[in-house]
Ligand binder design. Structure first.
Ligand code: GCU
Length: 667
């Protein structure tokens, strides 16, 4: 289960130069669990890479060697989780942090340098995380199933019990620390009957064991809770957040959690969404619901992570003013400033639901006085379910670089998310993770790069997608230049490829309802979920303009609102998200929309075919198991991409009656 912590053997000149710096590991700190994790990681990896065991001492040793130390409280250049790493003239390689977690992160940085064959004799590094919350959400159920999981079963739960595979959890904790993730919610946001009990002593003993494993790697444990717990567990008649008995129920429940897990991170809540219970049932606002819990967890230092995925999933298509895209903003903007300091709103990156292409949620930048984390989806629910290759870092980069104009120019999403723009503390990101008990963690081996990329990008949003892929490929597959260039090319183009053969120009969906895999252009068109494309014989797209449509474009700051409102200024990749246009509408490429649909769908399939050929060149350069794995996935992707191409093309050919200019077969 090594993923990117392969620590492959290093020989030759590089090994000779770095070895003297690695002969000893000494520290002036007490051997706490986190510090011990750092020492253990160094010891194991050095032994594996360089074939010798370093000498370990709890007295600082002079001369060449790794020294782990806490720096002074007054060191202003470091935040709590930051670190410095520098080489002294006497050859000491100092890794110093304000906390032991900082030291652990520094240790993983050193190991990354060693895996990448970088010099370590003149280090002078200071790093702090850009985002203070770097969270993962597992959508795992106690029966072992994972909602939207594509990599086997849960690593936490099995057959209504806690899984006993603690070694695996420890490996996972190591992986998370190596990319700077500092919190995990271990259960599904849709909290079912049994999972509701996770906050009771019967189950907390199990959660406690998990928390201990992750604590040693600087990762806090969170639980998703059921807002109706006072009814389901407490036997009350109500879950009204203003009811005194309900408050007493939660006080008791939260106290019990903290008795088991003193550093418990907090609760994640999906309320009033997709038929989940919430404060709306009692005529209370989202803020009243969240604040009630926040007051109770505050004395323990806990957070309430409250999701903004609140919308009406029983929509009437005739009502063209109701628009799912508008819902989160409509619900939460009026409450800006009403949430307590330890409430963090969790906002999906786009206004719909993790489609291949969406605009950025207008709540990001809209909310000024509310803590928030952006929510990404690493698990590829709508993006090929870890059968198709889709490297998501370029998509997330685009989102983070998006200019909101919230405070004039320079108000990018990354600055809002990090808390910099509005000077907020409890901010950052959360992501629905793609991990299961498959031997390679993520189903598709190359999908590991998305988990890796999420962690690295949230630590440092300035990194490019290419930097991150370089690191991941080298740590995972070694330093072979052909392996590096081939996989990098595939990763960096894969999102565009997937977009090419799936839903065009930002319109989204067109998937099979329910499981969301595979093409079905009208799959959701006649359902009440509010995810329409409105294609007819004249054209397609959703009119979300203020002038004649749903008015969604008006949720953005003026510059963006004007851009999206205008047919000619709207970025073409989002054209059909904001506008209904005829098939003959001409794009800046000179092609009509219908011709664009045909061309991209043919191109997408050809690109997948190229990936298959490129991958074949790597045979013998990558171990057989991982090579075969990816080769098989690419074969399936190729077959399914053809299906997408043919179904989408024939659908629009029949709707529009317009021939392909190149007379390619359309079924
Ligand atoms: C999507 C997804 C659901 C999930 C929901 C959420 O709609 O399909 O499985 O529960 O998002 O984010 O809560």
């Amino acid at each position: 289960y090594k993923a990117w912590l392969q620590y492959s053997k290093s020989e030759g000149k590089y090994a000779k130069t770095v070895t003297p710096f690695l002969k000893t590991i000494s520290s002036s700190c007490d051997a706490s669990p986190v510090l011990w994790s750092a020492i253990e990681e160094l010891n194991q990896s050095i032994t594996q890479m360089f074939d010798f065991s370093p000498f370990i001492s709890f007295e600082v040793m002079s001369g060449k060697g790794v020294v782990l130390q806490l720096c002074s409280e007054s060191e202003t250049r470091l935040q709590d989780e930051g670190y410095m790493m520098y080489t002294e003239p006497n050859g000491q390689l100092i890794i110093s942090g304000k906390t032991e977690t900082g030291i652990l992160y520094g240790t993983f940085h050193l190991l990354r340098l060693l895996q990448m064959g970088k010099p370590i004799d003149k280090l002078n590094i200071i790093e702090n995380p850009a985002n203070s919350l770097r969270l993962l959400n597992h959508w795992d159920n106690i029966d072992g199933s994972i909602e939207r999981g594509y990599a086997g079963k849960s690593i936490f739960f099995e057959n209504d019990q806690f899984s006993q595979n603690y070694g695996r959890l420890k490996d996972y904790a190591r992986m998370l620390a190596s990319i700077g993730v500092n919190g995990i919610a271990i259960n599904n946001v849709n909290v079912h009957q049994l999972e509701t009990k996770l906050i009771t002593p019967e189950y907390l003993t199990g959660v406690e064991k998990i928390a201990a494993i992750f604590r040693a790697y600087g990762v806090k444990t969170f639980l998703s809770i059921n807002f109706a717990s006072p009814i389901e567990l407490g036997g009350l008649k109500t879950a009204d957040p203003l009811d005194e008995e309900v408050k007493r129920f939660w006080e008791h429940a939260i106290k019990t959690i903290y008795t088991h897990i003193p550093d418990f991170g907090g609760v994640v809540v999906k309320a009033d969404s997709e038929n989940r219970p919430g404060p709306f049932t009692y005529g209370r606002s989202q803020a009243e619901g969240a604040n009630m819990l926040a007051e109770i967890v505050a004395p323990y230092g806990g957070l309430v992570i409250w999701r903004c995925f609140v919308y009406n999933c029983h929509q009437d298509w005739r009502d063209r003013t109701t628009d799912r895209a508008k819902a989160a903003y409509d619900h939460f903007m009026p409450l800006d400033g009403d949430f307590h300091e330890n409430v963090v709103l969790q906002i999906k990156n786009g206004p719909m639901d993790f489609q291949v292409r969406e605009p950025v949620s207008p709540l990001l930048g809209g909310l000024k006085e509310t803590n928030q984390v952006i929510e990404f989806q690493i698990t590829q629910e709508y993006l090929g379910q870890q059968i198709h290759l889709v490297y998501l870092v370029p998509q997330w980069k685009e989102v983070l670089e998006f200019e909101t104009y919230a405070k004039g120019s320079g108000s990018t999403v990354k600055k809002i998310v990090s808390g910099e723009l509005y000077d907020r503390k409890n901010n950052g990101a959360a992501a629905v993770v793609n991990v299961g008990d498959d031997y390679n963690w993520t189903g598709h081996t190359l999908a590991q790069s998305n988990l890796y990329g999420y962690g690295r990008l949230m630590w440092s949003p300035e990194m490019t997608a290419e930097d991150i892929s370089n690191e991941w490929i080298t740590c995972t597959f070694g330093a072979d230049p052909l392996v590096l260039s081939t996989i990098k090319g595939m990763l960096l183009n894969s999102w565009t490829t997937y977009e090419n053969y799936t839903s065009p120009l930002g319109v989204g969906w067109m998937v099979n309802p329910g499981h969301h895999y595979g093409p079905n252009v009208d799959g959701y068109e006649y359902q009440a979920w509010g995810t329409y494309h409105f294609a007819d014989w004249k054209g397609l797209g959703v009119n979300r303009t203020m002038a004649t449509g749903t008015g969604f474009s008006g949720q953005y700051y003026q510059k963006n609102a004007e851009k999206y409102e205008s047919l000619t200024d709207c970025p073409e990749e989002l054209l059909l998200f904001f506008h209904y246009v005829p098939y003959s509408y001409v794009l800046s490429s000179g092609k009509t929309v219908i011709q664009h649909i045909y061309d991209t769908h043919f191109a997408g399939v050809e690109q997948v075919e190229q990936y298959r050929q490129q991958w074949k060149q790597l045979q013998g350069r990558i171990d057989k198991k991982r090579f075969d794995d990816v080769a098989t996935k690419l074969d399936i992707q190729f077959e399914h991409a053809k299906e997408w191409r043919d179904i989408v093309n024939t659908y629009f050919y029949r709707k529009s009656g317009i021939d392909d200019q190149h007379n390619r077969p359309i079924y």
